[in-house]
Design a protein around this ligand. Structure first.
Ligand code: PRP
Ligand code: ADE
Length: 185
């Protein structure tokens, strides 16, 4: 679902997304969000709008969880706006100590994601954030992790949705908000 709250910022963000053909593999049309970070004011505006959206449409959240790697660029900034902890969800083997894990298949490979035990407490509501939804494997695994940890996903949010890859179909049990939806993958 895209929301009117984002109508003003959407075209500004769109201008900062670069398409790179055949990256990281032949046939993949990579949507690169890095140009956005050349514009700190716009990054800040985006995080303020997302936090505003959380306050008005999601309600109370106990934490913001971001997906490695690009969910780490926006997630902590949104968490600061909301005054709640940031929870990193990382690829296997990167987080020290006891972890909970979930495996998944994505647009160009397979992976395992992990969260540290205790980072999400029983009954906590988590706002999940990443840059992009493709096949939905990553956000599915992240949702499963939050639930395994005893939490609940208040909402999953991505800047970009590649609609033809139908990631949404894997997330029917989650409220999912998208800033920009592309009708070609
Ligand atoms: O919906 P899916 O098909 O699961 O794909 C989406 C995921 O793919 C990308 O990350 P990637 O796995 O390339 O990792 P990186 O950010 O560490 O480069 C993107 O940032 C999402 O996390
Ligand atoms: N096409 C794509 N562009 C950027 N990140 C991605 N993650 C999965 N598919 C992607």
């Amino acid at each position: 679902m895209t929301l009117p709250r984002f109508d003003n910022i959407r075209p500004k963000i769109e201008k900062h997304i670069r398409e790179v053909k055949d990256f990281p593999k032949k046939g993949i049309n990579f949507r690169d969000i890095m140009p956005l970070f050349t514009n700190p004011q716009l990054v800040n505006e985006l995080c303020v709008v997302i936090a505003d959206h959380v306050r008005h449409s999601v309600g109370h959240v106990d934490s913001v969880a971001g997906l490695e790697a690009r969910g780490f660029l926006i997630g902590p900034l949104v968490a600061i706006q909301l005054g709640v902890p940031f929870v990193p969800i990382r690829k296997k083997g990167k987080l020290p100590g006891a972890v909970i894990e979930a495996s998944y298949v994505k647009e160009y490979g397979e992976d395992i994601v992990e969260v540290q035990e205790g980072a999400i407490k029983n009954g906590e509501i988590v706002f999940l954030i990443d840059d992009l939804l493709a096949t939905g494997g990553t956000l599915r695994a992240a949702t499963d992790l939050v639930v395994k940890a005893g939490g609940k996903v208040g909402e999953a949010f991505v800047i970009i949705e590649l609609a033809p890859l139908n990631g949404r179909a894997k997330l029917t049990d989650v409220k999912l908000t998208t800033l920009i939806s592309y009708d070609s993958a």
